[in-house]
Design a protein around this ligand. Structure first.
Ligand code: SF4
Ligand code: SF4
Length: 258
């Protein structure tokens, strides 16, 4: 017979909206050893551009394509990067002791777990607002055995570098919305979508041809000054800004003018 804990963990979680002044009962339980990074509860994590670079910067031991997976969103035809789960259905950033190797740089989705963020865009002002939900009972940290404590939303989110992450998430969300409205993305060819993924994430391993570097290829094509530094030497936020504000808009304009 299943015990109370097993039943609790196997229950499908509920996503409940929460406002800034509200609280929830949760504690990240050491005993649990990071099932959030292993089990199907979280699934593939959505990354912002900023997170992609941070991960690549940290994990130079793995080829980019073992760490990052780019999928094409069905409804928008825009590429979106995810952490690529390994063959054991685990995040490749987990070490053998179950700890996150990129903890200080972990993606936004991991930072706010067990919360879920929903970004909303006001059609007239284009302002991005954010609503949070608690994924109730998603993990052991909610169970009475873990001794959960009261967490206020505002203090739970008050972690180092959180504002910086949020800023990049908001920028990406609002630009993606603008591109969807402005361009006929559904009409892009497969080759064009592939190029879009390359510039949106500056994925050096995805550039065709062993001796072709990202900046050499795209700076010339998009008439953007060539950077003398290699991708590896840029700070994550610099690359994210280049990708979101220079390379991607120019490539989309180029496709439109064809
Ligand atoms: S308690 Fe929850 S958030 Fe903490 S490690 Fe376990 S599954 Fe992850
Ligand atoms: S990046 Fe770190 S926190 Fe996020 S799923 Fe992977 S191991 Fe877990």
């Amino acid at each position: 017979m299943k015990n109370d804990l097993e039943e609790f963990i196997n229950k499908k979680y509920k996503s409940v909206p929460i406002t800034e002044k509200e609280s929830f009962n949760f504690t990240c339980a050491e005993k649990c050893w990071g099932t959030c990074c292993r089990e199907h509860h979280v699934g593939l994590l959505q990354l912002s551009v900023y997170d992609v670079y941070k991960l690549l910067e940290k994990r130079t031991d793995l080829p980019t394509l073992d760490l990052i997976q780019v999928k094409i969103e069905e409804d928008s035809n825009l590429p979106r990067a995810y952490i690529k789960w390994n063959e054991k259905s685990e995040c490749p950033n987990l070490d053998e002791n179950g700890a996150c190797m990129v903890y200080m740089e972990r993606p936004f989705t991991c930072r706010i777990f067990p919360l879920e963020a929903k970004f909303m865009i006001d059609d007239s002002s284009h302002k991005v607002s954010i609503n949070y939900c608690v994924k109730e009972k998603v993990c052991f940290g909610f169970h009475k055995e873990a001794n959960p404590i009261e967490q206020k939303l505002e203090s739970f989110l008050d972690t180092p570098d959180f504002e910086n992450h949020l800023q990049f998430e908001e920028k990406e969300v609002s630009l993606r919305d603008k591109w969807i409205k402005e361009y006929r993305l559904k009409e892009l060819s497969n080759q064009q979508v592939h190029m879009l993924a390359q510039v949106l994430y500056c994925l050096k391993d995805k550039v065709v041809g062993k001796n072709t570097y990202f900046f050499d290829m795209y700076s010339e094509m998009l008439k953007i000054p060539k950077r003398t530094k290699r991708l590896e030497s840029f700070k994550a936020y610099e690359l994210a800004t280049l990708a979101l504000e220079e390379f991607t808009p120019r490539l989309l304009k180029k496709f439109k003018s064809k």
